[in-house]
Write a protein that binds this ligand. Structure first.
Ligand SMILES: O=C(O)CCC(=O)C(=O)O
Ligand SMILES: [Fe+2]
Length: 333
């Protein structure tokens, strides 16, 4: 189909060599179903302390949880999925045009041109948008744009509220996120995972942690998201009413390892395409991340101070050099 990126042709050699020297999987065979903690955010009104405790506990123990009554209507989520489908179903040649949807260069991404192993090729395509880009989006895609804007407006305030809740037990001042994450410093990523003929050889998205403070994910009904907990991979069962929240590297560093940025990956289906939307709550490039050592936890800092710019540059450098991200361990003291 002319909508599909040319995975088979581009990665022919990697496919051919795929049994040779590919990096080893971490526990590839053990995949279990898991019931992520499911938190009803409407309880923040009636039983605030109990709900805050659930959120904090989930972030410590899992680094991942799901929320319902999150404020994003099912109607917005449905229109977003429909619009996302239309955009990714445009011909591949159109998607790689300069100025596609009037977005910045490299907003449309697929595969990984730097990969030297099939294991490092994400069998997926994505639109990676800085929030500042959204207002420039092509007028002829006005429904996509207005739906993204509706999603982002709620996601932004949800992200800030969750971050503020989580920061309470760390003793971080309540204005920290307001000050460091002004509007438009976060990112939105629309993902599409085409059916993959070799789901055991290539990931839809390889194991990674997110570089954000936290990520809000909306996944469709197909499934395929897995997370690594206690050395085992767990499938996250799709819940159409829920959003998935995960802690990112910046919160792990800020919390001095109290909250965990957990590795996750996507295993594609052989038969059906899958869509997801990820909102990465990020600070401005100049923001300095400094491990908090709250009065209750006088543990020495685990990480050096670093700016978000330094972190992003290091990630880019590692991905270019090896096809993979090293992440927080680069900044250990
Ligand atoms: O598609 C998914 O379920 C996960 C997406 C993801 O992890 C990401 O975009 O960073
Ligand atoms: Fe992710």
């Amino acid at each position: 189909m002319d909508q599909e990126p040319p995975f088979g042709e581009t990665y022919k050699t990697l496919l051919h060599n795929s049994s040779l020297g590919e990096p080893k999987d971490e526990n590839p065979l053990i995949v279990e179903e898991c019931d992520l903690p499911l938190i009803d955010l409407s309880q923040l009104n009636a039983e605030r302390d109990k709900c805050i405790k659930q959120i904090t506990q989930a972030a410590r123990e899992w680094g991942f949880f799901q929320v319902v009554n999150h404020g994003i209507s099912q109607k917005v989520l449905k229109i977003l999925k429909d619009e996302q489908t239309k955009v990714f179903h445009l011909p591949f040649q159109k998607k790689i045009e300069d100025n596609f949807l009037n977005l910045s260069a490299n907003s449309y991404r697929w595969g990984n041109s730097k990969a030297t192993f099939l294991r490092h090729v994400p069998w997926s395509e994505a639109l990676h948008l800085s929030l500042a880009d959204i207002s420039r989006m092509d007028e002829c895609k006005s429904t996509l744009r207005s739906t993204i804007e509706a999603f982002v407006a709620v996601a932004a305030s949800l992200a800030q509220s969750l971050a503020e809740i989580l920061s309470q037990i760390l003793g971080i001042k309540s204005t920290y996120f307001q000050e460091n994450c002004p509007p438009n410093t976060s990112y939105l990523r629309l993902n599409r995972y085409p059916p993959c003929p070799f789901p055991s050889k290539a990931f839809g998205l390889m194991p990674h942690t997110d570089s954000s403070f936290l990520t809000i994910l909306y996944q469709d009904h197909v499934g395929g998201l897995q997370l690594l907990k206690d050395g085992k991979w767990f499938r996250v069962k799709p819940n159409p009413q829920a959003l998935v929240i995960n802690i990112g590297d910046l919160f792990q560093a800020l919390s001095n390892d109290v909250f965990k940025s957990i590795k996750h990956r996507v295993v594609s289906s052989e038969e059906v395409e899958r869509f997801s939307v990820a909102y990465f709550y990020c600070p401005s490039s100049d923001a300095v991340i400094q491990s908090c050592c709250s009065t209750k936890r006088l543990l020495p800092a685990v990480y050096k101070h670093f700016s978000f710019r330094e972190y992003q540059q290091q990630v880019r450098k590692d991905v270019e050099a090896t096809g993979d991200k090293v992440g927080l361990s680069r900044f250990l003291l």
